[in-house]
Write a protein that binds this ligand. Structure first.
Ligand code: NAD
Length: 443
């Protein structure tokens, strides 16, 4: 009998411990492998081996609209953290995630990923990440707003347009970014200064966001795949896609790939999975998900189990949900030619080995999902009053950055006779290390 993909399965994906081990340790293995292969400068290696700062907050919220009536009127404290991994390449930058399974280990790994990501598209940002162990599905908008505003207050001395710039991530959106911006303004020395908007990216257009930011991560993923198709001489018209996660990343990636000519044949989210060999229309599926909250029940599609989803007959597999998706258990099921990582850290170390043994190519997260931070950079520049960008400018910027850096990564892969993930780390570490070597180490 087909097994539904349940919330319980979803939370298992996020767990840093247990079957999959520490996410941060997995990043250490990849970092050290690249550092060895490229013979990374000793100072750079030491500086980049650990985060600069790991900050813990306990955020009290008076609950008003919990799904559990016993909580209403009471005060609860939520654990939050911000990891500022490194700022040599630019101010700290990275999303804030709301998820019940958030842990410091996970946030450290995600902050490291942000540090390696921006340099890969030549974006002058460092790396950070934040998380709150909080399940927004259990609370009303008033609670989510109260948590966001109090969290911002707690973070006031740690964030700022030139210091650390948060953005959306899992379960956080432009409304939450607007609340962060507003709370920051209330406490800022220059409350009305227009460049206060640069404290956070991924805001609504009304608050200084760019219309191109919301689709940017999915667009970048499609552009990374376009370069892969060119390299492999593949016609997008002949390619089928299986997509895990139909949120901010997955839904836009589906639309861009469909517009390139690919066919979306299977989609899974936290509450179900659907398939159609004729293709699932990305726009109609997004219309269905808006009120339904899940891809399950999409008209004309068959409900499939998690196993059937992983084994979908598709050339492209896109994990765009949470970490630890492609594992010792699931990698042998895949029938794809390439895994394009929309999510952060979706492939475990064992998953990597199995993909390599099976000859399945990988477009690593730190390159494939960097489109969001690239367009966040443009939003940040606009908010600081130095630039303006049209939609065409944004499209051209992303397209050029992906084409150029795909080529540089391919060249590095050949030069060091290594895999694409290690090549991505080498290019990124090389760019950061160059600055460390020039700046030297204080004192
Ligand atoms: P989101 O909250 O908008 O969407 C998450 C999606 O994953 C939802 O469709 C959810 O149902 C699904 N999901 C959760 N658990 C699942 C499970 N067990 N099985 C299948 N699907 C499951 O989040 P998002 O912003 O789209 O982020 C997704 C991933 O992409 C995360 O790893 C995030 O860190 C990464 N990422 C996001 C951005 C961005 O700009 N939003 C940028 C880079 C990387």
């Amino acid at each position: 009998m087909p097994q539904p993909i349940t919330e319980a399965a979803g939370t298992a994906l996020a767990g840093p411990a247990g079957e999959h081990g520490s996410l941060y340790e997995a990043d250490r293995v990849r970092f050290n492998r690249a550092a060895d292969v490229m013979n990374l400068d000793d100072r750079a290696r030491a500086v980049l081996s650990e985060p600069s700062r790991e900050i813990i907050y306990h955020v009290p919220v008076r609950i008003a609209a919990s799904r559990n009536p016993a909580e209403n009127g009471r005060t609860r404290t939520f654990l939050a953290c911000r990891v500022q991994y490194n700022s040599v390449y630019g101010p700290y930058k990275g999303g804030i995630r709301f998820h019940p399974q958030v842990s410091l280990d996970e946030v450290k790994a995600l902050a490291a990923a942000m540090t390696w990501k921006s340099p890969l598209l030549e974006i002058p940002f460092g790396g950070a990440k934040g998380g709150v162990a909080f399940d927004p599905a259990r609370y009303g908008p008033a609670d989510i707003e109260a948590l966001t505003r109090r969290l911002t207050f707690e973070m006031l001395s740690d964030i700022g347009p030139d210091q650390d710039i948060p953005a959306p991530d899992v379960n956080t959106d432009e409304q939450i970014m607007d609340w962060i911006y507003d709370t920051y303004c209330v406490h800022a020395a220059q409350r009305y200064h227009p460049s206060n908007a640069a404290v956070v990216t991924g805001k609504s257009v009304a608050c200084g966001g760019l219309p191109g930011r919301a689709p940017a991560t999915g667009q970048g993923l499609a552009l990374a795949l376009r370069e892969w198709m060119k390299e492999r001489r593949k016609d997008p018209g002949g390619l089928r896609v299986a997509l895990q996660g139909f949120g901010k990343v997955g839904s836009h990636a589906a639309r861009f790939l469909q517009d390139m000519g690919c066919r979306i044949v299977a989609v899974a989210d936290a509450r179900g999975a659907v398939a159609s060999p004729r293709g699932l229309d990305a726009r109609a599926l997004a219309e269905h998900v808006r009120p339904a909250g899940t891809v399950a029940g999409f008209a004309g599609a068959a409900a499939i189990s998690e196993e059937e989803f992983y084994a979908a007959d598709a050339e492209i597999f896109i994990p765009a949900a949470l970490e630890n998706s492609v594992t010792k258990r699931t990698a042998p099921l895949l029938r794809c030619q390439v895994v394009a990582e929309g999510a952060n850290c979706p492939t475990t170390l064992e998953g990597d080995e199995i993909l390599a043994e099976r000859g399945i190519d990988v477009l690593p997260d730190i390159f494939a999902n960097a489109g969001g931070v690239a367009v966040s950079y443009l939003e940040w520049l606009v908010n600081r009053g130095t630039h303006t960008f049209t939609t065409e400018d944004i499209d051209r910027f992303l397209s050029e950055r992906y084409a150029r850096n795909y080529g540089i990564i391919a060249h590095t892969r050949t030069r060091y006779a290594t895999d694409r993930r290690t090549a991505c780390y080498i290019v990124s570490l090389g760019r950061i290390a160059e600055k460390i070597v020039h700046r030297g180490l204080y004192p």
